[in-house]
Design a protein around this ligand. Structure first.
Ligand code: ADP
Ligand code: ASP
Ligand code: MG
Length: 408
């Protein structure tokens, strides 16, 4: 008998039929004697549908009203799942985030969880009920509804598991675990039995949306046993683990992540003098635009080119800032490209191995793929390439690092 927090994503509750299947699964765990808290997402496509309704009215609605709107998706699924449980004779109760009292800060659309009042949940569990909680949402101190950012139901589940000291947080989804790369892009991608928190955090930050970044941060911080599994197929899934220092056989590269969410901007021919980087980036950060990769060329004739990437949603805004700055700095030109992709190799084994980056560059060059930008850390190498080569790049790196084969 265990206390389990089980999260079911959008596809897994995408129809009444699937909600009934989820209820059936929960009933089986309950019959074994486990205490269950279920977290559900909105039905697949629902959050996007709500966002587009808002955008029919205006481009930038206030974040507060956006949260009131998009949090409704999850309220539908908690009620339907409870009904499906009741139909099976399973006692269950639904709660929205504010009803539990998942207290967050007031950063609407990207709120952070501050505290969870678990006494309602505890009381229901003691009374033998399954508790069904709406993912992705909370409430701030003033009683406003907040949401946790796209994919935020993962974070609700992990935070609840931490607050309840659950035996395991199980993320049920439409793949049977975490793979060496997105199995929808590389057929020969391999499911990992385990992946370290550190690697999973990098994979998630670099674009593998199988887990929301914050859920991994949370699990690492509060030591929550976290597992990714398929909603409707049996199997062990992938366990996210603490790094095993004794394991000398760590593969050098564990996985490949990618994203198409970024755009690249260059301000060319700016004076190569101290302070120019801050002159360019300050107004960008003042406009609340996050900068990811940055490259400054070696200057010639006391001039240099300065390139950086931002989220694609911020591309136009950042470009307008650079155009304004280019007059002040007497820059030659401003160039922008939103057809780029970032591909990254990730692995804790890189720490103790040289030559990983050059092997990556070699594999890309064999395919004739030009590298536009590079950034590295202890456990990852990222490159920016033309978006049209993304899938080819991921496939060739997957094969160059022999990720389909299980390490000995
Ligand atoms: P849910 O709606 O259940 O939260 P998501 O769509 O958010 O599901 O996440 C699951 C998806 O993540 C999979 O369908 C898969 O395409 C994608 N994905 C990306 N990278 C990976 C990876 N390395 N391993 C497994 N799935 C991945
Ligand atoms: N429904 C929200 C989204 O689509 C939250 C989630 O599914 O985790 O982003
Ligand atoms: Mg998700």
């Amino acid at each position: 008998m265990a206390l389990l927090v089980q999260k079911f994503g959008g596809t897994s509750v995408g129809s009444v039929d699937r909600i009934e299947k989820v209820a059936e699964k929960v009933r089986k765990f309950r019959d074994q004697g486990d205490d269950i808290v279920v977290v559900v997402s909105a039905m697949s496509g629902e959050t996007n549908r709500l966002i587009s309704l808002a955008n029919e009215i205006m481009e930038e609605p206030t974040a507060r009203e956006m949260d009131v709107l998009v949090s409704t998706g999850e309220q539908v699924t908690i009620a339907l799942l409870c009904m499906a449980l009741h139909k099976r004779g399973v006692a269950a109760r639904s709660y929205t985030g504010p009803q539990v009292r998942i207290l967050t800060d007031d950063s609407h659309t990207k709120a952070r969880i501050l505290d969870i009042d678990n006494h309602n949940i505890q009381a229901d569990l003691s009374a033998g009920r399954v508790v069904v909680v709406a993912g992705f949402q909370g409430v701030d101190e003033s009683g406003n509804i907040t949401t946790l950012g796209r994919g935020g139901s993962d974070t609700t589940a992990v935070a609840l598991a931490a607050a309840l000291k659950a035996d395991e947080c199980q993320i049920y989804t439409d793949v049977d675990g975490v793979y060496t790369t997105d199995p929808r892009v590389v057929d020969s991608a391999r499911r990992l039995d385990t992946i370290t928190f550190e690697e999973m955090l990098e994979m998630a930050s670099l674009g593998s949306k199988v887990l929301q970044i914050r859920s991994v941060e949370f699990a690492g911080k509060y030591n929550v046993p976290l597992r990714v599994l398929h909603s409707f197929q049996e199997g062990p899934g992938t366990l996210i683990t603490i790094e095993d220092d004794d394991n000398m056989e760590q593969p050098i590269v564990s996985g490949i992540a990618f994203n198409r969410d970024e755009a690249k901007l260059t301000i060319a021919g700016v004076p190569d003098i101290p302070g120019v980087a801050s002159k360019i980036l300050k107004p960008v950060s003042d406009a609340n635009i996050e900068v990811d990769m940055i490259v400054q060329n070696v200057g010639a004739d006391n001039h240099t080119d300065f390139t950086f990437t931002v989220h694609r949603n911020d591309f136009k805004k950042a470009q307008a800032i650079l155009v304004r700055l280019s007059e002040e700095l007497e820059a030659k030109e401003v160039k922008g490209d939103d057809k780029i992709a970032k591909v990254s190799i990730v692995g804790v084994g890189m720490r103790s191995h040289a030559g990983v980056a050059s092997k990556m560059f070699e594999a890309l060059s064999v395919e004739g793929i030009n590298i536009q930008m590079i950034s590295t850390s202890e456990i990852k190498v990222s490159v920016v390439i033309d978006e049209k080569y993304l899938e080819l790049a991921v496939r060739s790196l997957h094969s160059a690092f022999e990720l389909s084969e299980k390490p000995a």
